[in-house]
Design a protein. Structure first.
Length: 439
């Protein structure tokens, strides 16, 4: 019997989800680019796969905002907002911690969540995964061909030729797949979603994953090249790669679908080490007042102290607004962290703008990377990179590393290049960008 669809509140948006099974493991299935949780159960192979999961786990699956049974939105979100949706679903289902099963486009989201919230992710299983969009659509021409299909034939199920070639001549399956397209998203939503997806680039955070990870891929997958899965497995520390023969991208069809189910169950129910929570993926923000020494000398000690008090109060208010965590003050500046890079950039831009009312300018720098949590403090190379980036900023400017720019793709934040530069004490050269606007 199909589970009842429920709704989790994520900000102002309702996220459709289902919870089923009563096994000892919590498991969240993070779907591919479009889904409809109710339509899953109408396809016998998919229903059998879900029933198998429910035999050993308490399973939650959901439709990402703008797709399936979830609220339609004016502008589709980037990965950071989707992390919020995933967390909202886990909270609504009463899951403090869960294993994640990330499917296709759901894999980058799952990876980012596991690195950012290792205390909430006990294990990571990925199928048909990739860290950058080119493993899915290697050229602009290939993407435009897909857009042509969406415009002319979305809802017919014709894309089954790519997603499950082994079932291409199965008329009943194609009818169900066409319904899945229609119930998953409208043509305009699919086009907007894929343009947002085309900016996915999470290569820089794979090394920060510290939970047990299984990467599954079919060697002749016609949608996501097997090199995408190999790249993910090679970059996540300790990840296990399991390759299967076959051309199908859909994990629940094909002659070895049961073998894939077996591998997932063995991985999730086997012994595991506790995930360390002293290292997490975070966005680091540094700010400081431009020309502070000269300003202090001009004002005198008492007036300078009063100005610093106003400066600190204003920045703390903005940090609270954007869910930033104050780590410490550095005299005339702040070190803060965020669990999402877009919030960090928007916060920095707001600080730079609002602080002008005090007659001063700040400069700010941000980087996203793996940080060591030492009590209430943070340490590690990511912190050093953030500090170095901040040191390059001009008055009123917010600079970010290329990692931050890549991760906020689709968020509406605009950047301009500031070139490739060395960062003192940091190996290699780094691209830096100035945040020019956040919508």
């Amino acid at each position: 019997m199909q589970p009842i669809t429920q709704y989790a509140r994520s900000g102002d948006v309702h996220i459709a989800y289902q919870a089923f099974g009563d096994g000892p493991i919590n498991l969240v299935l993070v779907p591919g680019f479009v889904s409809n949780v109710e339509n899953y159960w109408e396809q016998p192979d998919f229903a059998r796969f879900l029933t198998r999961l429910a035999s050993y786990a308490r399973v939650v699956t959901f439709d990402k905002r703008g797709t399936g049974g979830s609220d339609r939105v004016g502008e589709l979100p980037g990965l950071e907002m989707r992390m919020d949706d995933l967390r909202a679903v886990m909270d609504a289902a009463g899951m403090d911690q869960a294993a994640l099963l990330g499917i296709s486009e759901g894999a980058p989201l799952s990876i980012l969540f596991a690195a950012t919230y290792p205390d909430r992710c006990r294990a990571l299983a990925l199928y048909g995964s990739f860290s950058r969009f080119s493993f899915w659509f290697p050229t602009n021409e290939a993407l435009e061909t897909f857009f042509g299909y969406v415009e002319k034939a979305w809802g017919t199920g014709g894309s089954l030729q790519k997603f499950a070639p082994s079932r291409a001549n199965d008329a009943a399956f194609q009818r169900w797949w066409g319904r899945n397209e229609r119930l998953g998203a409208s043509p305009a939503a699919v086009t907007a979603l894929m343009r947002m997806n085309s900016q996915i680039e999470i290569s820089g955070v794979l090394q920060a994953v510290r939970v047990p990870t299984l990467v599954i891929h079919r060697t002749e997958d016609q949608v996501v090249n097997v090199e995408g899965g190999r790249d993910v497995a090679a970059r996540i520390p300790g990840a296990r790669l399991a390759e299967f023969s076959g051309v199908d991208h859909l994990f629940y069809v094909g002659e070895n679908a049961e073998d894939i189910s077996d591998t997932i169950e063995e991985f999730l129910t086997g012994s595991r080490g506790a995930a360390p929570v002293d290292r997490v993926l975070a966005t680091v923000l540094f700010t400081d007042i431009v020309g502070s020494t000269e300003k202090a000398a001009a004002l005198g000690d008492r007036r300078w102290r009063a100005l610093l008090d106003d400066h600190h109060a204003m920045i703390r208010a903005v940090l609270t607004r954007f869910r930033g965590r104050e780590v410490k003050t550095t005299g005339d500046g702040f070190l803060a962290t965020f669990d999402g890079p877009a919030r960090g950039v928007r916060c920095a831009c707001a600080i730079a703008d609002e602080i002008k009312s005090l007659g001063i300018d700040i400069r700010a720098g941000l980087h996203t990377g793996e940080c060591e949590m030492i009590g209430d403090d943070v340490a590690g190379i990511a912190v050093h990179i953030g500090a170095r980036v901040a040191g390059l900023a001009n008055a009123g400017e917010v600079l970010v590393s290329s990692t931050v720019k890549d991760l906020v793709a689709g968020s509406g934040i605009r950047f301009s290049g500031r070139g490739t530069v060395p960062l003192k004490g940091i190996p290699g050269e780094w691209q830096v960008f100035a945040a020019e606007g956040a919508t």
